[in-house]
Ligand binder design. Structure first.
Ligand SMILES: [Zn+2]
Length: 78
């Protein structure tokens, strides 16, 4: 009876596939992003924004100041 064995294998494969799919769904809905917006520090965000603006304006001195400010702030506040 080789038919029976083949059916069981097919069923096992289907179940394994369904399990994997539900695991992937769980991971994508409840997985924590590395930097959740709600918990982002206001000052970090402000420094990042000012540094990005300085880079856009090609203001390297201001960008460097913001990089330093971020380093200092990270050490003090985090
Ligand atoms: Zn911060």
């Amino acid at each position: 009876m080789t038919d029976n064995t083949g059916e069981n294998d097919a069923l096992r494969a289907k179940v394994a596939d369904a399990n994997q799919q539900s695991r992937q769904r769980l991971a994508s809905t409840s997985g924590n992003p590395p930097e959740p917006p709600a918990r982002r520090c206001d000052e970090c965000w402000d420094i990042k924004r000012r540094r990005a603006a300085a880079l856009r304006a090609d203001d390297r001195q201001e960008a460097a100041r913001m990089t330093t400010a971020m380093g200092v702030h990270q050490r003090r506040a985090h």
